[in-house]
Write a protein that binds this ligand. Structure first.
Ligand code: AMP
Length: 259
């Protein structure tokens, strides 16, 4: 991968392999920051539906950090054969299916088991973790022990009504995981993925009854996180209105302002 320089920031061309994070195995090879560039260590915050996943993809494709999403770990565990799931993972999946947060201890253990990914020389982008102040404190201790510092916490902001509209219309491809929207990004053929022909489905946690539970859980547990990171002078608020590319450019400007 040859990095390209634009506005003082080095761009990569594709997302790096994060299978060590998803499966919990040993990291293969390890990454490196784009030459002359920097390894970003970032956290993404924002209510479900603000477009964090899209921004995560853009940031990881272009700036090179490993994409570390705790939700992706749980979803991968869900599609794994039942014989490969530990009792702790089974319990965690029950919470996830109800749209509730998985208990802190379980999630912290899961991240601790994957600490090699935090050490990766190419940096990381945590997505969906931490979700509570207890998790944030555990992460702070973990990073301190590893002598790693956080560059910033990107906090994407969007009005609640828009969040609900975005989430309830979201459809995901069962094959390639591409994301569509019944109103704003419909597939060419209803229910069928434009990219791989796979079947589109509504994620269990995107159903209306789960959305409200998720938003309530976010308000109760995650908003205090913004306060936590503001006090540490790490919070970077970003408006999540507009197209993914506009939001990405806004993110880059905010990051540039800090380096
Ligand atoms: P996400 O894809 O980040 O929205 O996560 C999907 C679901 O996984 C959440 O609704 C939770 O049930 C669970 N989950 C993911 N990350 C965490 C976390 N850091 N703490 C608690 N639960 C989590």
């Amino acid at each position: 991968m040859k990095p390209v320089r634009q506005n003082g920031i080095f761009f990569m061309a594709q997302k790096r392999d994060n299978s060590a994070w998803i499966k919990g195995g040993a990291i293969s090879g390890g990454g490196a920051p784009p030459s002359g560039g920097r390894a970003w260590r970032l956290i993404l915050l924002g209510a479900p539906g603000v477009g964090k996943g899209t921004q995560a993809d853009l940031l990881c494709e272009r700036l090179g950090p490993l994409h570390l999403s705790t939700g992706d770990v749980f979803r991968a565990a869900k599609s794994a054969p039942a014989s490969e799931r530990t009792p702790a993972i089974e319990r965690a999946l029950g919470y996830m299916q109800r749209g509730e947060l998985v208990p802190d201890e379980t999630v912290i253990d899961l991240v601790r088991e994957r600490v090699a990914c935090l050490r990766d020389a190419g940096g990381f982008l945590l997505d969906g973790f931490p979700r509570t102040v207890v998790q944030a404190e555990a992460l702070r201790q973990l990073m301190q022990a590893e002598q790693l510092t956080l560059d910033g916490v990107l906090d994407y902001e969007l009005p609640t009504a828009e969040v609900i509209q975005r989430l309830s219309g979201r459809r995901t491809c069962a094959g390639c995981k591409a994301v569509f929207h019944v109103v704003t990004l419909p597939p060419k053929r209803e229910g069928v993925c434009d990219h791989c022909g796979g079947q589109l489905y509504q994620r269990e946690d995107d159903r209306p009854e789960s959305i409200q539970v998720r938003l309530d859980a976010y308000a109760k547990s995650t908003l205090p996180l913004t306060e936590y990171y503001r006090k540490l002078d790490l919070l970077i608020p970003i408006s999540a209105t507009g197209s993914p590319e506009e939001i990405f450019q806004r993110t880059l400007e905010a990051l540039q302002a800090r380096v």
